[in-house]
Design a protein around this ligand. Sequence first.
Ligand code: F6P
Length: 343
Amino acid sequence: MNIGVLTGGGDCPGLNAAIRAVVRRAVDKGNSVTGIKNGWQGLISSDFEPLDLRLVSGILPIGGTFLGTSRTNPEKIPGGYEIILKNFQEARLDALVAIGGDDTLSVALALSDKGVPVVGVPKTMDNDVYGTDFCIGFYSAVSIVTDALDKLHSTASSHHRVMVLEVMGREAGWVALLGGLGGGADWIVIPEVPSTMDHIVDHLDERRGLGKDFSIIVVAEGAVIPDIKAESAGIGGDAFGHERLDKRGVGDAVSREIERRTGFETRVTVLGYVQRGGSPVVFDRILATRLGVEAVDLLNKGKYGVMTALQGNQIVTLSLKEAISKSPRKVDPQLYELARIFF
Ligand code: F6P
């Protein structure tokens, strides 16, 4: 079997580990592997690279994806799916492993419905793909947020300031919540749980009354705070219609409002794309390895149209149709209640 492998959507640490696992297992099974460059764009433009053990040697700890990625959506290209099917045949591909988030996997589902043997592997720092407890890239992002909070604690305490940290995650608050929990944030604002400026300001005043003369607040880029004006910047969405949430400036707006209402010196840090950089943490290396191997095994068993997933400590599969129809997966309210113990 000639297996095509691609990485689509936002990059993250762990993608190379997944590609490595796919190639190693495929060679194990006597399959050949074709790297598809830059996500679905590679199948639109027949941009392929034969992969072998030599090419994936040593890439486990390297961030990003050496295949490249994009947010290419065949729906937005006239005849996009027909072009992909033609190029798939001409390249003599027999099956696909699509590593990506719900956008990438929605294209995988469409191709599966058109008869292409495909298995999806869940990847996104947002951790919002339904059916898996964790996505590749998530814990690396959580570690980066936690490290940033550790660094902000020292400067906040030195200057007796309130520091606001804006983090990514789109409409889900997973990164903000777990990063904030790991970094001991004094308040965490996520899209799933309404916070008002009164909540935040009262909490800051209470902390000051207890002699805590600095605070750290994590705000998810998709958070909606009733009395804060952070509208979409009106920049057209990406090929899947997603707005650039970093342009809303919610962290900066919260920071300015805190200073206006409390008089406390307040500063904002927008962590941005640092959350998707660097070497994968060991959790992501192992998750990527397990999911990549499983994807190749499923194809060799003739199981298509499914996504590999981690549930508990078990690698399981669910249909791409179910995974896509129930994404994005929002934060578990019980997890937020746990975090609320600490702020
Ligand atoms: O989906 C991952 C993500 O990092 C989101 O958290 C963020 O809002 C988005 O990608 C940014 O998109 P882009 O990389 O296209 O700027």
